[in-house]
Ligand binder design. Structure first.
Ligand code: DQA
Length: 143
């Protein structure tokens, strides 16, 4: 069963970006963790990252057209992208919003997610384990 793990802006810089908040592991480490978790769960996991809103929206459309479940870290788009929200609203399979940090424990502007209401659910605050938990949720949900 295919699953897309999609990452938004600045997540390509994991490892060097604010390591006190996001940890020392890189996007490649995260991708390896997701693929390994997928192998354990019988999911074929593909991990992508972009800084480009249009590209991310295109991937959400692709998942909707192919009924593919998604683990999505929308990064800063979480807080203001109605275009991303409208794309997610077209989903045809589960979509789990994930965050490495706990946005509700941070600055006020991070307390709003404009995508949460159209996601299946949200997992935040567990570091890269948030993605592992999200993949487990997808494995357990009917697709
Ligand atoms: C993030 C939280 C967002 O507020 C922030 O803009 C990010 C990363 C997280 O994974 O903790 O880029 O989505």
């Amino acid at each position: 069963r295919p699953v897309l793990v999609l990452n938004g802006p600045n997540l390509g810089r994991l490892g060097s970006r604010e390591p006190d908040v996001y940890g020392a592991q890189t996007l490649e480490d995260l991708a390896a963790l997701c693929r390994e978790t997928g192998r354990e769960l019988g999911l074929s996991v593909e991990v992508r990252q972009t800084d480009d809103e249009a590209e991310l929206i295109g991937w959400i459309h692709e998942a909707a057209d192919s009924k593919i479940p998604v683990v999505l870290n929308p990064a800063a788009f979480t807080h203001y992208s109605y275009a991303l929200r409208d794309a997610i609203a077209q989903r045809t399979a589960p979509l789990v919003e994930v965050h490495i940090s706990n946005p509700n424990a941070r600055e006020e502007f991070r307390h709003t997610s404009v995508v949460a209401a159209v996601a299946t659910g949200t997992i935040a605050g567990f570091g890269m384990r948030s993605y592992v938990l999200a993949l487990h949720a997808i494995a357990e949900l009917p697709s």
